[in-house]
Ligand binder design. Structure first.
Ligand SMILES: NC(=O)c1ccc[n+]([C@@H]2O[C@H](COP(=O)([O-])OP(=O)(O)OC[C@H]3O[C@@H](n4cnc5c(N)ncnc54)[C@H](O)[C@@H]3O)[C@@H](O)[C@H]2O)c1
Length: 355
């Protein structure tokens, strides 16, 4: 059988809230087969195996990595496990889809990237917000110069009460690394930099706040992992950053898990160009007209890559597509978020070294 016709055998590591989306995603690709999952919670493992017809579950993911018949793993674990598990999988020669955020710090992320380069396998951070067809189309329009020079952009994801369950790993720094910036800020920041085609940040000035979680307010209910009622809420529930790109353009990032606001959730990327503007919600161009401005919807059209990220990952393994999320880009996003936290701690603008 040629490489292009073979079945790609995958294991999903972590069968919590988003692990289920990974399982569904692989089902959408005819050449993919989930042959095992790794999950420490037995009941969750059993339920997922039954629901998705997965033949085997183990509690220790390292048992999977020994298998020669396994091509790839898809990691849906708490953030602190991202880098170590991804490295183990890459060292074992597996292709890796790693859910966001890349890691809990840029140093660990860089080590994962090194491992991926050494093994020459497909490695991708699962930035699914890039994939909807209208966003792929908008990316192409921006790259074709439709907006002129994009000199400023704003990226935000603000939730009114969206802390993913107070007391879970999400709200403890030792397991999550950070709060809303790592959880949802990372999505909009990554999407924004992808749309403008510029990940090269020079300096970040940021501030984080924790005004709701420590009072037990703002609970959202996402996630399946265990709750520790005694755990201290020690991550942020609001973050803001001004990012100065080396090109001279600026990006303003805001993220909240909890805030007094009318909408339950507000998320957008707004691009300001010399010839036109654009937003992702709704997907539209904002064009000057002879009398007034007009909004022109961005059509879905034919997407550049499969809009289902897991199917795209399989296409990449089969050599049918190039990774739509480059690990070098994800490392740069991680560096910006690290700089945001450092800036908040020090009260100073943090410079990012040129590469
Ligand atoms: N791309 C997205 O839109 C998106 C959305 C939500 C979450 N996420 C990311 O996905 C990851 C998982 O989030 P979630 O919401 O599914 O969390 P979750 O708490 O619901 O699930 C995590 C699962 O990992 C299991 N687990 C923990 N340690 C393990 C180990 N050593 N081996 C095997 N299994 C282990 C837990 O038992 C749990 O079932 C996080 O990093 C989160 O940031 C991404």
């Amino acid at each position: 059988m040629s490489a292009k016709e073979r079945t790609i055998q995958v294991a999903v590591i972590g069968a919590g809230a988003i692990g289920e989306a990974h399982l569904q995603g692989f089902q959408s690709h005819p050449a993919a087969r989930v042959v095992a999952l790794a999950e420490t919670n037995e009941e969750r493992a059993r339920t997922a195996c039954e629901k998705y017809g997965v033949p085997e579950a183990v509690s220790d993911y390292r048992d999977l990595l020994k298998r020669d018949d396994l091509d790839a793993v898809s990691i849906a674990l708490p953030n602190y496990l991202h880098a170590p598990v991804a490295r183990d999988a890459l060292d074992a020669g597996k292709h890796v889809m790693l859910d966001k955020p890349f890691a809990t710090n840029a140093r660990d992320a860089a080590r994962v990237l090194d491992a991926a380069r050494r093994k020459k396998v497909v490695f991708m951070v699962g930035q699914n917000q890039r994939f909807p067809p209208e966003r792929q189309k908008l990316k192409n329009l921006v790259a074709a110069g439709k907006l002129g020079e994009v000199y400023h952009a704003e990226a935000f994801w603000l939730r009114r009460a969206g802390i993913p369950r107070i007391g879970s790993w999400f709200t403890q720094k030792q397991f999550a690394g950070g709060g809303c910036a790592y959880d949802i800020g990372v999505h909009m920041l990554d999407l924004c930099l992808h749309l403008i085609g510029d990940f090269d940040a020079a300096a970040v000035s940021g501030r984080t706040f924790a005004k709701f979680g420590p009072r037990g307010l703002g609970n959202g209910g996402w996630g399946r992992s265990e709750i520790d009622p005694q755990a201290k809420f020690d991550v942020e529930d609001f973050a803001v950053a001004l990012i100065k790109m080396r090109s001279g353009r600026t990006v303003l990032l805001r993220a909240s898990w909890a805030a007094h606001m009318l909408e339950r959730s507000a998320e957008n990327v707004i691009l300001y160009g010399t010839e036109a503007g654009a937003t992702i919600n709704p997907p539209q161009l904002i064009l000057p007209g002879p009398k007034d401005y007009r909004a022109v919807p961005v059509p879905a059209g034919r997407p550049t890559v499969n809009p289902e990220r897991m199917a795209h990952f399989v296409d990449c393994i089969l050599g049918r597509a190039e990774p739509y999320v480059k690990p070098e880009e994800s490392l740069r996003v991680q560096r910006i978020l690290d700089a945001l936290y450092r800036s908040s701690e020090t009260g100073r603008e943090v410079r990012i070294r040129a590469e």
